[in-house]
Write a protein that binds this ligand. Sequence first.
Ligand SMILES: [Zn+2]
Length: 385
Amino acid sequence: MPIGRRAFNQGLASSIAAGTTVGLPGTAKAYVGPNVIIVRFGGGVRRAETIVGQTSYAPYMMNVLAKQGTLIPDLSIAELKDVDTSHAEGTLNILTGSYRSYAKVGSQGLAPLLEPREPTLFEYFRKAFNVPSHQALLINGEDRPQEEYLTYGGHKHYGVSYRSEVIGLFRYKLHKFQRILEENKASEEVLAKARKQLDELRAQDYRGTANRRSPIMERFWDRWRNDYGDSGLKNPRGDRLLTELAVRAISELKPRLMMINYQDPDYVHWGNASHYTRAIAVIDQGLKRLAESVASDPAYRGRTVFVIVPDCGRDSNSLMSVPYQHHFNTRSAHEIFALIAGPGIAAGKVLDKAVDQTSIAATVGAIMGFRARSAEGRVLSEILT
Ligand SMILES: [Zn+2]
């Protein structure tokens, strides 16, 4: 049985009164709503390989999680001029609830560097509630530095003061090289290499936030370094790494809002269909592990809403050697889905309506108790109990 939101909030309020939540000085009120974990089922996935029963590579999501929440099989990215079905763009549709609300401020390789112009969910959340930045977290992939900075926008009433912390190997490497230099114990050769690599990483930090060091995040990375060392060879890689980071974050940082930017289905660009389907299965196993972490932690059990949504779909172009691109704006690149599950959300329901991707931000706001003012999509009130 889903817990009613009012009863749920009362339960959480008493846990906060008992002093289990860390707060920051300020005027914003304490957060008493559910934890929200947004899973970007990313790297672009079509409905056919994810939510269609016969052909899905995500059995945990469809057989277990879908029964606990509301499946929205007809979510789509609107077909508008200048709306690209791609990764950073789709991530910002999810985070701002608004299409085309970004400025291109440069590029890294082939990927555009985008800066949101409307507030992100992190900014709305941290402006409305007294929540420290490490409890509004973005977990990023290791080879997408262009997604490092989707955590706050250029909106004059929001912005960098309300940003999320970012966890990913880019941040870990910055931390590691800084530590190696501070410790000053390694050989001159290792120190020189660390200095060079640190300079290169800092050069990628085009918004200048990666070098702001917070003691809580420093300790998080010190523990990671202690477990995995400096070689980079021991830690999991790809989307398994993102799951590992998310599970550790749940245990050590207790985020109230966390977004995990899975991405490996995108390896299908290089031409091997099995890279795509295997990556979907890895994300599905990640969902299982996340759900197990939530179930075993009293701060999360019965108090956590999962919001699962792809950044974009993929093309179905059978004339191409790789039929699954996502840059041709074909229909299936726009056709995605969402699954929302947890306290306050109707369980075992299928929302049989056309829904826009921009409704996710508005609905996350309603679940967490703030209004995402610039969201173009509507609050999906019919899934709330
Ligand atoms: Zn791609």
